[in-house]
Design a protein around this ligand. Structure first.
Ligand code: GLA
Length: 395
């Protein structure tokens, strides 16, 4: 007879180890960053290649003075065109005319404002705007970024010469991890290689689509409107979570191509999707209504909810849709969305939110910033054309 008393601790340990739920097992590839969707600003949507040290400094100033920093925006990211060549040793060189003080000094400036600093490169030999990419220089670039004080890297997918996106992104992911500095890794692969299937082990966020355009209804070769991008998010919800997010592209709020109402709808959805909130407008000159959209703390709290559940479409009746996101407190963030050309009534039925119909729930309007009272079974509101009513429903 074996001595069972001696074996007891081993048996208990074995039982305990099989009882650990999958979610509690740490992902060895996780860099521990972006536990909520990253928030910040990026130069591309508004400024394209017209980037410079003075622009980035004034944007960092505006992050603080406009209240964006207080609303949790953190990363100031220079997109394409900051780089001009490689030197004889292969080091990446910033444009000396546009960045005369160098990238390290710019990162120091951004850090001095209590913000974080981000930069852009590409998995190919050239970036999408034809500047030098990182292919073959991944470890060298990662070390350079770490030495400069970079906190965030957006990594594009032009001129790669390979179809093996997971391998190309893993090379830079490994390089960043061995650089000695925590750097959020943003995969900008546009969704062609289904990065939601492999991105979690490689980076913190991955683009799910081509580029966003600043319009309600347009389709160009490489870009489309946010409502078209929204439709492409259906079915991807379960891939997002703390540390790894679906990225439907940066915000266009405030860039001039849509109405305030359409921008409010755009921002509401990015928050319901737990999307990265990367402002893309000129935050140094914002109309009050644009600032109000970007800094609505109750709407941002939906995006930043710690359990990191992405919202999903729960009903669709022609142009009238209801979307819902489960929140940490068991409540739901809900969007009633009217894609149509005239105002319409939309109802959110409790069964579609995952609640029994008889349960009373408090309803709060997040744009009106008003408690609307207790409702049972459903909530109905009039929603303007192209608009949303955004709610917290809490049983
Ligand atoms: C691609 C990306 C954009 C931007 C440009 C820069 O189109 O998807 O977000 O970074 O490249 O050239």
């Amino acid at each position: 007879m074996p001595n069972t008393r001696l074996w007891r601790p081993v048996i208990l340990l074995l039982i305990a180890s099989t009882a650990i739920p999958a979610t509690a097992i740490p992902n060895p590839n996780d860099n521990g960053l972006a536990q909520t969707p990253p928030m910040g600003w990026n130069s591309w949507n508004r400024f394209g290649c017209d980037v410079s040290e003075s622009l980035i400094k004034s944007v960092a100033d505006a992050m603080v003075t406009s209240g964006l920093k207080d609303a949790s925006y953190q990363y100031v990211v220079i997109d394409d065109c900051w780089q001009v060549k490689r030197d004889a040793a292969g080091n990446i060189v910033a444009d000396p005319e546009r960045f005369p003080s160098g990238i390290k000094s710019l990162a120091d400036y951004v850090h001095s404002k209590g913000l974080k600093f981000g930069i852009y490169s590409d998995a190919g030999t050239k970036t999408c705007a034809g500047r030098p990419g990182s292919r073959g220089h991944e470890y060298q670039d990662a070390l350079q970024y770490a030495a400069w004080g970079v906190d965030y890297l957006k990594y594009d997918w032009c001129n790669t010469g390979t179809e093996d996106a997971p391998a190309a992104y893993k090379t830079m992911s490994d390089a960043l991890k061995s650089s000695g500095r925590p750097i959020v890794f943003s995969l900008c692969e546009w969704g062609d290689h289904k990065p939601w299937l492999w991105g979690k082990d490689v980076g913190n966020l991955w683009r799910t689509t081509g580029d966003i355009a600043d319009c309600w209804d347009c389709k160009k070769e490489y870009s489309s409107s946010w409502p078209a991008i929204l439709d492409l998010q259906v079915g991807l919800e379960s891939y997002a979570g703390p540390g790894h997010w679906n990225d439907p592209d940066m915000l266009e709020v405030g860039n001039g191509g849509m109405t305030t109402n359409e921008y409010r709808s755009h921002f509401s959805f990015w928050c319901l999707l737990a999307a990265p909130l990367i402002a893309g407008n000129d935050i140094r000159n914002m109309a009050p209504e644009i600032k109000e959209i970007l800094t609505n703390k109750e709407v941002i709290a939906v995006d930043q909810d710690p359990i990191g559940m992405e919202g999903r479409r729960v009903s669709k009746n022609g142009d009238l849709e209801v979307w819902a996101k489960q929140m940490e407190d068991g409540g739901r963030a809900v969007i009633l969305f009217n894609r149509g050309k005239s105002d319409a009534e939309i109802s959110a039925a409790w069964e579609n939110l995952g609640y029994p119909a008889h349960v009373p729930a408090n309803v709060r309007d997040l744009w009106a910033k008003k408690d609307l009272g207790k409702f049972t079974g459903k909530f109905t509101a009039n929603v303007v054309a192209h608009g949303v009513v955004m709610l917290r429903v809490t049983p």
